[in-house]
Design a protein around this ligand. Structure first.
Ligand code: MN
Length: 262
């Protein structure tokens, strides 16, 4: 063994001995520092200084009978199904603003889906429908924007929908309204107009699975947690938008939300 190697081994042994006999220095107990920062996704809350931190975005598919039919399924027999969007797909839209929304890449059939969104302050597994609403912090008006041609193309090939649903800016969202101010939403008119012409027009009471039932069903598949939000499905008459279109979303009991496709 050459002297250098002997020195290295000795130093290593000393270090091990030190670790065994001395307490760990305070600085060593701090978790490793990220090598760069990634912005957290948050949603403004009406009437609060604090913002809502987002953990996951869940979406339910085909939750209004007439929309299920237009998408080619039988609404009377199918259990609810869910998909996710990436958290940083959220585009926050302020009350009273007309936010610019970029027309995404790759699609030639970009669709609007207006939806009620529930935001959770707590969660769990196997939550009962009776207790589900206790976990809701508040509600918002949202748009589940969809590259329909890509979604349909992938579905036809029995491949994941991801590219049709889970792209940048695909989760358009108004601010969250805390439950004490609005109550829970089980009924109420929901609509979407494009350039002043109403395209989608329904009522929350036509949802096949209520928000409480969605939370219960979701919690069978995933452990829900504070910061999760749920897009609760869109009524019928989804359709395409093009650059320059102005979308106006309305939900009875909440302020309007508007975007312009650019
Ligand atoms: Mn949807």
């Amino acid at each position: 063994m050459n002297p250098d190697r002997r020195t290295i081994l000795a130093t290593g042994a000393l270090a091990l001995a030190g670790a065994a006999t001395h307490s760990v220095p305070a600085e060593a107990q701090i978790s490793p520092k990220p090598i760069f920062s990634v912005p957290a996704t948050t949603i403004p809350i009406v009437g609060e200084e604090g913002v809502f931190p987002v953990r996951r975005i869940y979406c339910i598919g085909r939750n209004y009978a007439a929309h299920a039919i237009e998408r080619g399924s039988d609404p009377t027999r199918e259990p609810p199904f869910f998909f996710q969007k990436p958290t940083d797909a959220i585009q926050n839209v302020a009350i009273g603003a007309v936010a610019d929304h970029p027309y995404p890449s790759l699609t030639r059939n970009y669709h609007h889906e207006v939806e009620l969104v529930a935001a959770l302050k707590s969660g769990g597994s196997n939550i009962s429908p009776e207790q589900a609403l206790d976990h809701v912090y508040g509600y918002a008006l949202g748009l589940d924007m969809t590259r329909r041609d890509l979604q349909n193309g992938m579905a036809a090939e029995k491949k994941p929908w991801e590219i049709g649903k889970s792209f940048d800016h695909a989760a358009v969202l108004g601010p969250i309204h805390p439950v004490p101010k609005t109550g829970h939403f089980t009924k109420g008119a929901i609509s979407l107009a494009v350039n002043g012409t109403v395209r989608q027009n329904s009522d929350l009471d036509k949802m096949i699975w209520s928000v409480a039932e969605q939370i219960a069903k979701l919690s069978e598949a995933f452990e829900l947690k504070a910061g999760d939000i749920i897009y609760s499905g869109t009524p019928e008459n989804v359709g395409p938008v093009v650059k320059g279109d102005v979308l106006l979303c309305k939900l009875e009991g909440l302020p309007d939300m508007s975007i312009r496709i650019v």
